[in-house]
Design a protein around this ligand. Structure first.
Ligand code: NAD
Length: 286
């Protein structure tokens, strides 16, 4: 049976580190402040934002929530993002996704790129994605960092490891693939249009799944002894929360595996806190 990678306890240790850094900043008279922007009333987004708020407050980071209705104008949103980006008292700015399409149309990246890259704690601006692609990390997407941390908790050196990344979204798949490439892994990126997914995954030492599709990764797609990282979060009709991996059948043949919940989710929040402190340091030349 695989070693279960305990994302909760790894995250706890990271959050303690962040809290200590915030105390240090406060001892020097500083104050770390983070702003989240929530548009509309998507219940899942409301839960995610509340969790971020709680985590910030526990770490000593001031959290300010700005809400806009789903009926707001595009310009109200861009004005708000620009104002927060220019406010020297705010060190991190996050736009909670998804933004209702009636507000944003196909202009999401235009809005994201209004965030000052030094405050872009989700790592979604073209500057931070470009830095990552160039091998020099700026602020890196929180989930990607969570994945790397989970992998390195069981396999510290990724040099020469064969990784299959399932998913190529801007927020998870792409930055994760780049971050692992920068750690000298050999990364294959698969997606919805990939043919014969199992042919790729069966040769992988490490499989990261971020597709949003329950039971996508099954036991016959996994090489014995592989490390499995499940990023997926899916709510089943019966209310259960599951990932993208057939955990019950994959775990017995894996070397290590992350559970859902309690795997990458808590690590993502911990790296958001780390990014907020990193953003504060960037802006204060520390
Ligand atoms: P997305 O829908 O933007 O992207 C999904 C990607 O998976 C796409 O590139 C798509 O081509 C690929 N894909 C979908 N079905 C596939 C299939 N059958 N075979 C191969 N590839 C397939 O989603 P996202 O924002 O990247 O999120 C992915 C999952 O991760 C979701 O379940 C989301 O809830 C979860 N998520 C979790 C965290 C966390 O903290 N744990 C953070 C962000 C997202």
């Amino acid at each position: 049976m695989a070693q279960i990678i305990d994302g909760k306890s790894l995250a706890m240790a990271l959050r303690d580190e962040v809290a200590a850094s915030v105390l240090e900043i406060q001892a020097r008279g500083g104050r770390v402040r983070f702003a989240a922007v929530l548009v509309g009333d998507n219940p899942a987004s409301q839960i995610y934002v509340r969790n971020k708020q709680r985590a910030c407050e526990k770490a000593g980071i001031d959290f300010v929530l700005y809400t806009l209705p789903a009926t707001c104008q595009y310009k109200e949103l861009t004005d708000l993002i620009q104002r927060l980006s220019a406010d020297s008292q705010i060190h991190g700015v996050l736009l909670q996704l998804p933004v209702p399409p009636e507000v944003i149309g196909n202009r999401l990246s235009e809005v994201l790129n209004l965030i000052d890259p030094r405050k872009d704690v989700d790592g979604l601006t073209i500057t931070n994605l470009g830095l990552l692609a160039g091998g020099n990390n700026g602020l890196v997407a929180c989930t990607a960092q969570g994945v790397l941390h989970a992998v390195q908790s069981v396999c510290p050196d990724l040099t020469g490891k064969k990784v299959v990344m399932i998913g190529r979204s801007q927020i998870v798949g792409r930055p994760t693939a780049l971050l692992l490439t920068n750690q000298n892994a050999t990364v294959t990126v698969c997606h919805r249009l990939t043919q014969n997914l199992g042919e790729h995954t069966r040769t992988a030492d490490i499989i990261v799944v971020a597709a949003g599709s329950p039971q996508l990764l099954t036991a016959e797609m996994v090489k014995p002894g592989a490390i499995i990282i499940d990023v997926g979060i899916n709510r089943l009709p019966d209310g259960r929360l599951v990932g993208d991996v057939d955990f019950e059948n994959v775990a017995p043949q894996a070397a290590a595996i992350t559970p859902v919940p309690g795997g990458i989710g808590p690590l993502t929040i911990a790296f958001l806190l780390k990014n907020i402190v990193a953003a504060y340091r960037l802006q204060n030349g520390l």
